[in-house]
Design a protein around this ligand. Structure first.
Ligand SMILES: Cc1cc2nc3c(=O)[nH]c(=O)nc-3n(C[C@H](O)[C@H](O)[C@H](O)COP(=O)(O)OP(=O)(O)OC[C@H]3O[C@@H](n4cnc5c(N)ncnc54)[C@H](O)[C@@H]3O)c2cc1C
Length: 459
């Protein structure tokens, strides 16, 4: 039997797509190498834009019954300075619901998505590890016609299908099969779970601006806080002892109480911190007939804005919409639908990737120009009104407008440059104009923006 679609990877993107396509009457095989709920500390904060996509997919129920915590904004904490920024609630509410995101245990959320997928008519969940793409005609450039995989018993199996969706995540095997460029490693993220503790600002995601890079904090359960400690470059002193030492001596002293005590208590308990690499991957579409890349297999950015699932779920909405609009047997129409999907996803992906790239650079500022950019950013948000609501609309994934991102970024840079010449509280408080400082800010702003523009051109 030739299936309409085989989806490789039952993570956030693959499971959500299977549920949506199955409900639309498509015959779908969802192939997953490990059916246990993933025990990972990724994908724990879902921005409101992602929640909106979940609702559009009919899957918002997947955040229920998993002790998910509602989030209403983001807080940035830099020493004594704090900004708690609310998501804009003006016109973006879905059916009268307030604009909110969710924080949860990733594995519980994925388990709920898989459950929804298996309950959809037409979806068959199989356990196996995809190893190769099948091609019509057997040549390496022939259209993709299915997937070869190994089942749990180690037997080689084939799933013939009209469309193959590679949703196999950050280390995508299928992406490598078509020779697409590998992702670039940005940093490492150390994950620690603190119990019996709350974050300073209830219902807010947190960024602690620390050295050498930011720490993220999410309330992922009623009394559980996840800390993600970013480490640029190589890991400090090996994987376990070195990491514990690093968290004790570098990270803990920079955290406010009670988080500092909570982190030390977790380390004292002997619970080892866990590590994941973070990657950037510009989404150059892979134009192979019969194949479409989705989620992290297509596009990645630093997790500083918690944007990965929001982009992935928006992609699921767009791809599903494109695929269900064409007859599954019409290969040419399916190719056009896939091309439309790659185009339609650009505005949101560009916005979230650009924002994550720029914020990560500014938050881990280690040069005078970038430090002033950071001060200007804190000051900008403090201005309130559109200066706070605009960036939050971008961060929440509700405003997929790259031009708006550029506008706010330019405004921050101008505040940084201007604040070096004319004293502006919080940016430059000295009396005399600092021309050198102004030039440093302008240079830093350009250096931060340039890689984002390069990635944007690759979109
Ligand atoms: C440290 C860190 C923190 C993050 N925090 C957040 C956050 O707070 N919010 C957010 O929105 N995003 C976050 N992200 C990003 C987010 O986790 C991803 O964008 C999201 O999980 C992508 O979903 P996916 O379905 O594409 O991939 P995945 O969730 O990785 O799913 C891929 C699936 O494919 C399966 N698979 C892989 N290879 C094969 C194979 N050969 N055969 C069969 N199955 C296979 C895997 O087992 C897995 O189930 C974070 C990322 C990192 C690195």
């Amino acid at each position: 039997m030739i299936h309409d679609v085989v989806i490789v990877g039952a993570g956030v993107a693959g499971a959500a797509l299977a549920a949506r396509l199955g409900r639309a009457g498509r015959r779908v095989v969802l192939l997953e190498r490990d059916l246990r709920p993933p025990d990972l500390f990724v994908g724990e904060l879902l921005q409101p834009g992602g929640a909106r996509s979940l609702e559009a997919l009919g899957l918002l129920g997947c955040v229920e019954g998993i002790d998910a915590q509602r989030t209403r904004g983001f807080a940035v904490i830099h020493g004594e300075e704090q900004r708690a920024l609310a998501y804009p609630d003006a016109t973006h509410g879905v059916r009268g619901r307030p604009v909110e995101g969710y924080a949860f245990h990733h594995g519980r959320f994925v388990a709920r998505l898989r459950e929804a997928a298996t309950q959809a008519p037409g979806v068959e969940l199989r356990c196996g590890t995809a190893s190769e793409l099948l091609r019509t005609g057997g040549t390496s450039d022939a259209p993709v016609s299915g997937v070869l995989y190994r089942d749990r018993e180690g037997r080689e199996q084939r799933v013939p299908a009209k469309v193959v969706v590679a949703a196999d995540g950050r280390s995508s095997r299928l992406r490598r099969c078509v020779g697409a460029e590998p992702p670039a490693r940005l940093s490492y993220s150390i994950g620690v779970l603190l119990r019996g503790i709350a974050l300073p600002h209830p219902q807010h995601g947190h960024v602690f601006v620390t050295q050498p890079a930011p720490i993220l904090g999410y309330q992922i359960g009623s009394d559980e806080v996840r800390l993600l400690v970013d480490v640029p470059g190589d890991l400090p002193g090996g994987r376990s002892d070195g990491l514990v030492q690093y968290l004790r001596t570098v990270t803990a002293p920079q955290l406010p109480e009670p988080l500092r005590g909570g982190l030390l208590a977790t380390l004292d308990s002997g619970e080892l911190p866990r590590v994941m690499p973070t990657y950037a991957l510009a989404p150059r579409p892979v134009r192979w007939p019969g194949l479409v890349l989705l989620g992290d297999a297509l596009n990645m950015r630093h997790p500083v804005t918690g944007g990965g699932m929001t982009v992935a779920l928006n992609d699921v909405c767009l791809l599903a919409e494109a695929l269900v609009a064409v007859a599954p047997d019409d290969g040419a129409a399916t190719e056009r639908a896939i091309a439309r999907f790659y185009d339609a996803r650009r505005p949101l992906a560009l916005t979230i990737d650009g924002l994550a790239g720029a914020l990560y650079e500014v938050f881990r500022a280690d040069q005078p120009g970038l430090e002033r950019m950071r001060a200007a950013m804190m000051r900008y948000w403090q201005l309130g009104g559109v200066a706070a609501a605009g960036p939050m609309a971008l961060l929440s994934g509700l405003s997929p407008r790259p031009a708006l991102l550029l506008l706010h970024y330019t405004a921050v840079a101008l505040l940084g440059v201007g604040g070096s010449l004319v004293p502006v509280p919080g940016v430059h408080v000295g009396g005399a104009p600092d021309v050198r400082g102004a030039a440093q800010v302008a240079h830093a702003a350009y250096k931060t923006l340039e890689p984002q523009l390069r990635r944007a051109l690759a979109h």
